[in-house]
Design a protein around this ligand. Structure first.
Ligand code: ADP
Length: 598
């Protein structure tokens, strides 16, 4: 009911009407008063002024005849009462003794005369005293509560003063009536203003209320209901503008939301960890990768100092000027994390953003690369040194060495050269497999036949060493897809190792089988076995449990690495299987359908 705009409108209208009425009232009463006063003095001037000499002359001649009681004058004045405006109530005439000022006669009693001597009466008495009939008391005093005119009438020895007095009762009555009318008008005006304020507030406040409700809906996220534009006035324009603004806001919010979703998805799925801290060093954001890398579930209670204080102090980070950033490294649970730290705002209320990158593999690869290069150099240097020293011996002997010994030296040189060729070939194979340049020539072939041919190829070597080489049932093995010659190379390597690393007269057994999707082959021996500590590493390049023994038997330490690469290219696995008693079991598993697309 008392909505503020309604109240304001009502107050404004009330003030307007009240002030209007006050002005009108003041203007009317002043105008009426001055009109009445002017009319009075004009009337008096008409009767007693220069232009009315007859009337004054008749009064003078009557005065000359008068016996001093003023009765004659009374008759004349009574006869002219209408023209003088005498109403016997507010306006009266009085005949006064010109010398004493005593009341002689009049239209009202002496008690109606003003108590104080009026200035006009004094002027007239002065005129009588100086025998100057032209001195008439007709000064108007707007502040006085009466109006009067005093005319000296000198006739013979007699001297009278005709005193016309108006006590302004008529003006007061009129003003009272005016005041009542103005008051009534004011009351009616007030009622109208209340009504008008209702109407105005209904037409103005209604649309504003709708706008307010619309704004509340928009603030709550409801952009769908546009406000109807019901008029062409300012409120209509405002409603239209509001609808446009809501539309723009909706689009902007959608764009911002979209951007945020994109960023969220990015943060969620990126492999690098991202952690952000506010200007107080409290965590405000982190992605799952960061939790994994730091091995703890981060929440907003975590602080910068606690997590990264050991790398850089928070103040140092905040004082960095964009686009500068800092790099650091830390080790968490044996994993090496590379850190990129940057302040994300130049302003005081910025913070610090940290990107975590797991470089453990990178470091390991680097280590492996160094180790590999060292191994390659070492592997090649040994045969080269041998070749050189035997060749030098032959050269230095000048033909003194017996033919047989020289031939032995040359055989060693050839063997060492073969060894080097072997190593270089293996390295080349590995490098091709690494770079993906080796194309597999895929065919569908019998897994059993492949095993059988490898079995036969090694039978002689096994026999030479006095091994008992046996092969389990190869029936029911399916056809598989793969590069047969390379897979046979893998099997040769496994079986060759079993023969090599089993002391003479050992037992070597080949078994094979299949599941719905894969085939497997195991080669078990009762040889020297592989110590627990080396089991993980025998597939590494140049890794050999017993270097001397391996070299003796012509191994390069690259066989199993090549085998693993080939098997991986076939989407299969090669690993050491659990083994009972002394010896080793190597298991090869391959998918029947061949290498998968990835
Ligand atoms: P190498 O050319 O030296 O045989 P491999 O890569 O084929 O190289 O084998 C790596 C190492 O694994 C060998 O040096 C050997 O120490 C070990 N190894 C492989 N197979 C066997 C096995 N059946 N019994 C014992 N040790 C083996």
């Amino acid at each position: 009911m008392f909505r503020s705009l309604h109240m304001k409108l009502m107050l404004i209208l009330l003030l307007l009407i009240t002030s209007l009425m006050a002005v009108v009232g003041a203007f009317l009463t002043t105008s009426v008063s001055s009109f009445y006063i002017n009319t009075f003095y004009e009337q008096m001037s008409d009767m007693f002024g220069e232009g009315q000499r007859d009337f004054v002359a008749s009064l003078r001649s009557e005065a000359a005849r008068d016996d001093g009681s003023g009765a004659g004058l009374q008759v004349i004045l009574k006869a002219n009462a209408g023209e003088l405006g005498i109403d016997y109530r507010s306006r009266n005439y009085f005949i006064l003794d010109g010398r004493t000022g005593a009341f002689l006669d009049g239209s009202a009693g002496a008690d109606s005369l003003p108590r104080d001597q009026s200035p006009n009466l004094l002027t007239a008495r002065n005129a009588v005293a100086h025998q100057d009939p032209a001195l008439v008391g007709d000064e108007s005093d707007i502040t006085a509560d009466y109006m009067d005119v005093a005319i000296p009438i000198l006739g013979g020895d007699n001297a009278f003063i005709i005193y016309i007095l108006d006590n302004k009762d008529s003006v007061s009555d009129l003003n009272d009536q005016l005041f009542t009318i103005i008051m009534q008008a004011l009351v009616i005006g007030l009622l109208i203003s209340v009504l008008l304020s209702f109407l105005l507030s209904k037409t103005m406040v209604g649309p504003i209320e709708k706008l307010t409700a619309g704004a509340e809906r928009v603030a709550a996220g409801d952009f769908d209901s546009a406000l109807p534009v019901e008029s062409t006035d300012e409120i209509g324009i405002l409603t239209g503008t509001f609808n446009e603004m809501a539309g723009v806001l909706q689009e902007t919010l959608a764009a911002v939301e979209n951007e945020r979703d994109k960023l969220d998805t990015l943060f969620l799925h990126m492999t690098d960890g991202v952690v952000a801290f506010n200007h107080e060093g409290q965590l405000i954001h982190c992605n799952p990768a960061a939790n994994t890398m730091l091995h703890r579930s981060l929440d907003d209670r975590c602080s910068y100092e606690e997590l990264f204080g050991s790398v850089y102090s928070f103040q140092d980070m905040l004082s960095l000027q964009r686009p500068n950033y800092a790099e650091g490294e830390m080790v968490v649970e044996e994993r090496t994390l590379e850190l990129y730290l940057a302040p994300f705002s130049d302003q005081a209320r910025g913070g610090v953003l940290i990107v975590l990158h797991d470089v453990t593999e990178q470091h390991r690869n680097e280590e492996r690369r160094k180790e590999f290069v060292a191994n390659v150099s070492h592997e090649l240097r040994t045969p080269l040194t041998n070749v050189r020293s035997y060749a030098e011996t032959l050269l230095d002997s000048g033909g003194t060495i017996p033919q047989e010994t020289a031939a032995g030296f040359l055989r060693i040189i050839i063997n060492e050269t073969d060894r080097m060729t072997h190593i270089v070939q293996d390295l080349l194979t590995l490098s091709r497999l690494d770079s993906g340049h080796t194309e597999l020539s895929l065919t569908r072939f019998s897994f059993a036949e492949a095993i059988e041919s490898v079995h036969l190829a090694n039978a002689l070597a096994a026999k030479k060493r006095g091994h008992q080489l046996s092969c389990g049932s190869l029936e029911d093995l399916p056809l598989i897809v793969g590069d047969r010659s390379r897979l046979e190379q893998v099997m040769m390597n496994i079986l060759g190792n079993a023969i090599k690393y089993t002391p003479d007269g050992g037992h070597i057994r080949i078994t094979a089988g299949s599941t719905d999707t894969s085939v497997w082959m195991e080669v078990s021996d009762d040889g020297i076995g592989i110590p627990e500590k080396d089991r993980e590493r025998i597939f590494d390049r140049f890794y050999r449990v017993d270097k001397a023994r391996s070299r003796e038997s012509g191994g390069t330490g690259l066989g199993l690495s090549i085998a693993r690469e080939i098997v991986l290219r076939h989407s299969g696995t090669i690993a050491l299987a659990p083994h009972q008693g002394p010896g080793t079991t190597v298991r090869l598993t391959l998918p029947i359908s061949g290498p998968s697309a990835s």
